[in-house]
Design a protein around this ligand. Structure first.
Ligand SMILES: Nc1ncnc2c1ncn2[C@@H]1O[C@H](COP(=O)(O)OP(=O)(O)OP(=O)(O)O)[C@@H](O)[C@H]1O
Ligand SMILES: [Mg+2]
Length: 415
């Protein structure tokens, strides 16, 4: 009889760490066994800066998620990574090139990326190597070149890169006596796994995860990731702006933002007032809610502009047919959908993790998209284990198994 398999993920956010443990039964049924959510420590704008502090928070979160499942159920976890050091490049190459039959060697890939991406050097690691199609005689995105009578064809690959030091810090923060890293998953791809529908991926879509310290962007075209990047801005900046505007401490501004924040002030009643709690001996006071919304709106407009600039720089001139999907805790602010609808047109939706049946209500919120998505990614790509050494260096850079599906068609098939 087939045995149950356990998977565990840990999302390393700027605001919170979230670990999830699931069991896949013999019939393929998925059951969430536990979740552990702890405040984050040592993470700045999505990057692990204080390894010891982050390790402590991660261990607490993983322990909590495994509490009801017996300890030691899962050693290898799928952990997320973010930060503005993450970027991506799309490459094309003859699938026959390199040492591996039907695939590309890590060396070939590195050479290709160096040629297309001048900033790429030894200080970066490849986090994802995702084949998305063939270029057949200049025609891009072909999924089945065997069906064409073609001569020249090249494998097209989306490669996500991350700063070596940042990658090592993330691995070190997860690793302890009980836990190892199966693979790192970039938060933009993780969030997409949990939120995007198959139709959206096919039509083309921009996924934007607005967290506390970062805004993670991924663009999907023809069903595959085509761009991945991270902006070092998020909900923290919004709260800071509000704290300055209201002349209150950060924690009061955060409370007011979550309760009364809105990024379409015209949708808020002109006479509506908000109570600002007293602090340091000052009495509580009333302020206009529209005034509260002003700095939040301005900051959100700036974030959206930065996102669209990235999208343009990536080479996309128009909104894809699938539009924009927002997720992450920052996407919970009222008025976001209406604001982006007005500014850009096209479909806009705010997404919660939707690809898992029976997800506990606690996790059915935009802030947990990357947490749930890292798990889904792990289940889908479970066999592609990376090995990280004690210093957090990955031993295998281009997971070969990914290429099997796309290996060069046999001569007779091409005709
Ligand atoms: N209702 C709300 N309105 C406005 N902002 C909100 C709301 N709920 C949560 N947020 C903001 O969302 C942010 C936290 O989001 P999230 O949990 O996705 O961040 P994170 O994953 O820890 O960080 P990151 O992904 O940036 O490293 C905080 O800045 C918080 O203020
Ligand atoms: Mg996040």
């Amino acid at each position: 009889m087939a045995k149950a398999i356990y998977y565990s993920s840990v999302d390393i956010g700027t605001n919170k760490i979230c670990s999830i443990l699931v069991r896949i039964g013999p019939e393929g049924e998925l059951k969430v066994l536990g979740a552990g959510i702890t405040p984050s420590q040592g993470v700045h704008k999505g990057v692990v800066e204080n390894v010891a502090e982050t390790r402590e928070a991660i261990a607490a979160s993983l322990d909590e998620s495994q509490r009801y499942a017996g300890s030691g159920v899962v050693r290898g976890v799928f952990a997320t990574i973010s930060g503005s050091h993450i970027n991506s490049v799309n490459t094309k190459a003859d699938p026959g090139e390199g040492a591996e039959p039907g695939g590309l060697s890590a060396m070939t890939l590195r050479n290709l990326i160096e040629a297309e991406f001048p900033g790429f050097d030894r200080s970066q690691q490849m986090l994802h190597v995702i084949p998305y199609g063939y270029d057949v005689d200049g025609l891009s995105g072909v999924r089945d070149p065997a069906a064409l009578k073609a001569g020249e064809f090249q494998l097209e690959t989306h490669v996500v890169l991350g700063d070596d030091q940042a990658v090592q810090n993330s691995v070190k923060a997860v690793r302890n006596g009980k836990t190892t890293v199966n693979s790192l998953v970039t938060q933009s791809i993780a969030s997409a796994e949990a939120t995007l529908t198959g139709d959206e991926r096919q039509m083309g879509v921009i996924l934007v995860d607005i967290g506390a310290g970062t805004t993670d962007i991924s663009i999907y075209l023809h069903g595959q990731p085509w761009y991945s990047g991270v902006l070092p801005v998020g909900g923290i900046q919004m709260t800071r702006d509000l704290a300055v505007g209201l002349r209150v401490p950060y924690y009061i501004a955060e409370e007011i933002k979550i309760k009364w924040g809105h990024v379409m002030p015209e949708m808020v009643g002109a006479g509506e007032e908000v109570a600002v709690p007293g602090f340091q001996g000052q009495p509580p006071r009333l302020v206009r809610r529209r005034g509260v919304c002003q700095p939040l709106t301005q900051r959100m407009i700036e974030i959206i502009k930065l996102v669209m600039l990235r999208v343009n720089q990536a080479g996309l001139r128009r909104l894809p047919i699938g539009g924009i999907v927002f997720t992450g805790g920052g996407a919970e602010i009222e008025g976001l959908k209406e604001m982006v609808d007005n500014a850009l047109g096209g479909p806009v939706r705010i997404a919660t993790p939707s690809q898992v049946a029976g997800l506990p209500s606690q996790l059915r919120k935009p802030a947990y998209s990357a947490s749930v998505g890292a798990l889904l990614w792990g289940i889908k790509h479970g066999s592609e284990r990376r090995r990280y050494d004690d210093r957090g260096k990955s031993s295998t850079e281009g997971p070969r198994s990914l290429f099997r599906r796309f290996s060069k068609p046999r001569e007779e098939a091409v005709g």
